[in-house]
Design a protein around this ligand. Structure first.
Ligand SMILES: [Ca+2]
Ligand SMILES: [Ca+2]
Length: 177
């Protein structure tokens, strides 16, 4: 009986007017990676809890803003039995480079996180393809996947080897964005 009471507590609290319940809700949000390339799939997920208890069957809305402040994705989803929710979308081929903001809302609780869309060849993920990226690729030149000196970021064309093709791609994108 006591367990049932705990389960019903979030439902009871949501029937109250703010601010009686809002301060104890917790809505987390994160992305599966900090950096993405254009046309890559972005996973955004999190959890809704009340005093650490999962809150299920609640509507969560998501809005993603690009570096220009334009909304590039909007959606709603429901929390599952663990209070978890998930959104997935694909970045456009012409997505702006730079920092994006993902904001989630549940009633009066909200949270946000950010991620970056990088230029292919931005090996050190600092937002620009410059001499540092060329130098890193040159240092990793000749390395292969799981071998010594391997740096996956330098394998720009993702073929398991850092060679002339990768150096060429980095040099081609030099100066971007
Ligand atoms: Ca860079
Ligand atoms: Ca390569």
């Amino acid at each position: 009986m006591q367990a049932l009471g705990w389960l019903l507590l979030p439902l009871f609290l949501t029937s109250l007017n703010p601010p009686f319940y809002t301060s104890s809700f917790c809505l987390t949000v994160e992305t599966d990676k900090p950096h993405y390339l254009r046309m890559e799939k972005v996973h955004i997920y999190g959890r809704l809890t009340y005093n650490s208890w999962p809150v299920q069957s609640q509507g969560i809305s998501l809005a993603v803003l690009n570096p220009l402040g334009q909304c590039i994705f909007i959606g709603t989803n429901q929390t599952d039995s663990d209070g978890c929710y998930r959104f997935t979308f694909v970045l456009a081929a012409e997505a702006e480079y730079g920092s994006y903001t993902a904001r989630v809302n549940h009633q009066s609780v909200s949270n946000s996180t950010s991620f970056t869309v990088l230029v292919l060849s931005d090996v050190n993920c600092d937002g620009r393809v410059d001499l540092k990226d060329v130098a890193l690729t040159t240092v990793a030149y000749g390395s292969y996947k799981d071998g010594p000196c391997w740096n996956a970021c330098c394998d720009v064309n993702n073929d398991g080897l850092v060679d002339l093709k990768d150096v060429f791609i980095v040099c081609t994108n030099y100066g971007k964005p």
